[in-house]
Design a protein around this ligand. Structure first.
Ligand code: SAH
Length: 788
């Protein structure tokens, strides 16, 4: 039989493969063995750190391809280059005895690590080596170095590096042991998992070859290799992370020393465990490492749909989180309240593939906890009410990751409240049952319908929309009165809330006719009757109205919050960002200024930023009076400890000019810190009465509207423009004025300038607020609604 052995073409790879080949030839002279050199991506791309070009696996993928296609029968690699999990169908032969697993330091001129001069430069491409070296000698400078052994030795000379770190095994195999200055003992530097082992990879079904290879294997070597590889899998490391493991036989058992760290080296953890089972050793070591290194995972209850129903404690966790995992049921706005640098991961529908998906989420949670200090798992409703929160907490505990749980508002009770149904009521229901219609097996089989039918307590079913017919049927069969009141509440606590009520025997039909979407709750019991009187939610003045709020900046718009408080469904879309333009201010210049005008919060913020940058504070405004366009700008000014001397009678620029014009004299210097692109209408009026200077102090820069949904914009009930620039930008993004604008869609403008811009863009029918504030805009819309 002819057996082809695939290998990379580096000198070391060839020597390793030849050694294997020679042994096989000697032992099995009846077979022919032939070496085939295969070039891999890792060999071709030499100039970038491994983790940037695809990491572990780079040196093996092409060889594995050929194995799977049976073009070659055996692949010989350095085992440490092998990914933690092999492709389906491939296996390793039992491990052969190991070469020296240690790392070795080659120094150009110095006899030892300790004697290296301060700030000496060491080359290595491995984060594991770099961070461990820095732990020993924090003063060292590490530079990235890649390539095979010869290349690295050459680069050390060329680049005049003080030293490099390499695997002792490779140097030994190449006959270069005399170049080694110092072996780094595992106490100083834990080697890469399986460093010094050869990996002999072949197809699982090639049992003949596997047996031939096994003749050279060694039991202890196999256990050690297994333990180190199991650790790699357990810890879930990818090549971005510094990871090390060394298993050694000790007093008839084994000792596993393991290392793992944060990607940026900010934290490194070590663990040593002893035992005899490689999988258990690995699991124990991983657990110990996690408990040192992992941040905390907080299971935050997000509430049933309205982002304001999260708890104060939960919101704090969201704001502080470095990473948030959220799903379809958690309120969509909550992740947007996190820090800008927070990583947000959507973990999707949970019931698509229940068991597999949950397992993947658990693993992701653990992996993210290793990467960040604060991870939030944001759940809908209460984390422990049917959300599989308990399973996540158990998985974290099992993995040794510290966790906490923030309880919250469950749809099971709050959803009813928003539908106008108190879950208990004296004389009607003295208690309640909350049940799931969906579980690991057939959840309905676990429900004692007989007991429910007899009880006079409210029954709430979650995850039951698709089974409403079956549930009502089972209750009726168990003897519950067909006239019992019942309801299905869809999208509770949101502006899309819809409720369908009927008596028990007609509920399924009514729900089918109403086509209610999920998520939904089924409620059965006399308390449903109270909805007639207690339904406050759907009576909110803007309940269910869809509103578009273009805004500048990414923070939640106060206007959007006010609209939501009236029951509206609001889409906020960022169309611009504020960039401050530093102004050169000085105490002398300010002394000469009689009045400063502010017409926006942004103007105030940018002006005070420049003041601070000039080393000044508000005392330099002692001789200056301040005028503001309206009360909300005035309130903002007060945050800087200053009261406006003058506020326009109505919040618009012509009123400001009029009010101010009355008190100005020709010798007065007036400054107006404003947006760079804003018009000159104030200057044009006031320049005749004083010495007027504009101070372009910020810019409202357009940003491409990312979350913009043109269909929503064209079909919503109201769109709100709070500045001329957002009007222009939204209409530019739309390309035309939607037909519904002015008829089904009310276009609300904050004031005359904004209205003028809208008219210029072709919007004919505009509802203008009577003063420039979010409250006035909401008031204008409400007044218009009343008229209709
Ligand atoms: N932990 C969640 C429940 C998760 S199970 C909680 O405490 O609310 C998912 C089920 O919850 C859905 O199938 C639905 O029955 C219910 N649910 C969650 N949010 C809902 C909402 N806004 N309106 C109606 N039902 C909701």
């Amino acid at each position: 039989m002819k057996i082809k052995i695939g290998t990379r073409g580096s000198k070391l790879a060839l020597i390793q493969t030849e050694t294997v080949c020679d042994k096989l030839r000697q032992a099995y002279p009846e077979h022919t063995f032939e070496i085939e050199i295969i070039s891999t991506k890792g060999d071709v791309v030499q100039n970038r750190p491994l983790h940037e070009i695809g990491g572990s696996g780079l040196f093996v993928r092409e060889i594995e391809q050929k194995l799977l296609q049976d073009e070659i029968q055996l692949g010989v690699h350095s085992m440490k280059d092998m990914p933690a999990v092999l492709p389906e169908g491939l296996v390793f032969a039992k491990a052969w005895p190991r070469e020296d697993p240690r790392d070795a330091l080659i120094l150009r001129e110095t006899p030892s690590l300790q004697e290296l001069p301060q700030g000496a430069v060491i080359g290595t491409g491995s984060k594991r080596r770099a961070f461990q070296l820095l732990a020993l000698r924090p003063d060292l400078r590490i530079v990235n170095l890649r390539g095979n052994v010869d290349t690295r030795l050459r680069k050390m000379e060329e680049q005049k590096l003080d030293g490099i770190v390499l695997a002792a095994a490779g140097l030994h195999r190449l006959g270069l042991q005399q170049r080694i200055t110092q072996y780094l003992e595992p106490a100083q530097m834990i080697p890469s998992p399986t460093q010094g082992f050869l990996a002999l990879e072949c197809r699982r079904e090639n049992t003949g070859l596997l047996q031939m290879l096994q003749a050279f294997s060694e039991e202890n070597a196999e256990t050690t290799a297994q333990a180190e590889r199991a650790f790699l899998r357990e810890i879930g490391a990818d090549c971005h992370m510094p990871v090390g493991a060394l298993c050694t036989p000790q007093n008839g058992a084994f000792r596993l020393d393991a290392l793992y760290g944060r990607e940026d080296g900010s934290r490194l953890a070590r663990a040593s465990v002893t035992g005899s089972d490689p999988q258990r050793l690995a699991a124990q070591a991983a657990r110990r490492i996690r408990s040192q290194l992992a941040g905390t995972v907080c299971l935050v209850s997000g509430g049933p749909g309205d982002s304001e129903l999260v708890t104060v404690k939960g919101l704090r966790q969201i704001r502080e989180a470095d990473c948030i995992l959220y799903d379809r049921l958690s309120p969509a706005e909550l992740p947007t309240l996190a820090k800008p640098q927070c990583e947000k991961i959507f973990v999707g529908k949970q019931n698509a593939h229940p068991s597999m998906r949950q397992d993947a989420i658990n693993r992701l949670l653990i992996a993210k906890a290793m990467q960040y200090d604060k991870v939030v798992r944001l759940k809908g409703g209460d984390a422990y009410v049917f959300g599989r929160g308990g399973e996540e907490a158990l998985a974290l505990r099992e993995a040794g990751v510290p966790f906490s749980v923030i309880p919250g508002v469950s749809s099971a009770t709050a959803g009813l409240a928003c539908a106008g149904i108190p879950i208990t009521h004296r004389g009607i229901a003295s208690g309640f049952h909350v049940l799931t219609a969906h579980g690991q097996t057939d959840a309905l089989a676990d429900i004692d319908f007989d007991a429910l039918a007899k009880s006079r307590e409210t029954c709430v079913f979650l995850m039951g929309l698709s089974k409403v017919g079956e549930i009502t049927q089972r209750l009726l069969q168990a003897g519950m009165d067909g006239q019992t009141d019942a309801a299905v509440i869809s999208c509770a606590a949101t502006p899309r809330q819809r409720v369908c009520t009927a008596d028990l025997q007609h509920l399924a039909k009514a729900v089918e006719a109403a086509c209610l979407p999920s998520p939904a709750l089924i409620v059965v019991g006399g308390v449903v009757r109270l909805r007639d009187k207690l339904n406050f939610f759907e009576k909110q003045p803007l309940f269910g109205k869809r509103c578009l709020v273009p805004k500048i900046g990414t923070r939640p718009a106060p206007l959007a919050q006010k609209l939501r408080a009236c029951g509206a469904e609001v889409q906020e879309v960022t169309v611009g960002e504020i960039v401050q333009i530093p102004a050169a201010l000085s105490a002398e210049k300010l002394q000469a200024v009689r009045w400063i005008l502010f017409t926006s919060r942004n103007g105030i913020d940018a002006f005070f930023a420049s003041l601070q940058a000039a080393g000044l504070d508000s005392r330099s405004l002692a001789n200056t009076k301040i005028a503001v366009i309206g009360h909300s700008t005035g309130r903002h000014l007060r945050q800087y400890g200053l009261h406006p001397d003058l506020t326009a009678e109505t919040a618009n620029s012509s009123s400001l000019c009029q009010t101010l014009g009355r008190v100005l004299s020709l010798s007065d210097t007036v400054w107006y810190p404003k947006a760079a692109q804003a018009d000159h209408s104030i200057r044009d009026v006031l320049a005749a009465f004083c010495h007027f200077e504009e101070l372009p102090i910020y810019e409202n820069r357009p940003v491409p509207p990312k979350e913009f949904d043109p269909t929503f914009a064209a079909s919503c009930e109201a769109v709100f423009f709070t500045c001329a620039s957002s009007a222009k930008r939204v209409l530019q993004a739309l390309g035309h004025v939607p037909a519904a604008w002015g008829t089904q869609t009310t276009v609300v403008s904050i004031g005359p300038k904004c209205s003028a811009a809208l008219r210029q863009c072709g919007v004919a029918s505009i509802l203008e607020a009577d003063s420039a504030s979010p409250d006035a805009m909401v008031k204008a819309l409400l007044a218009q609604q009343k008229l209709q």
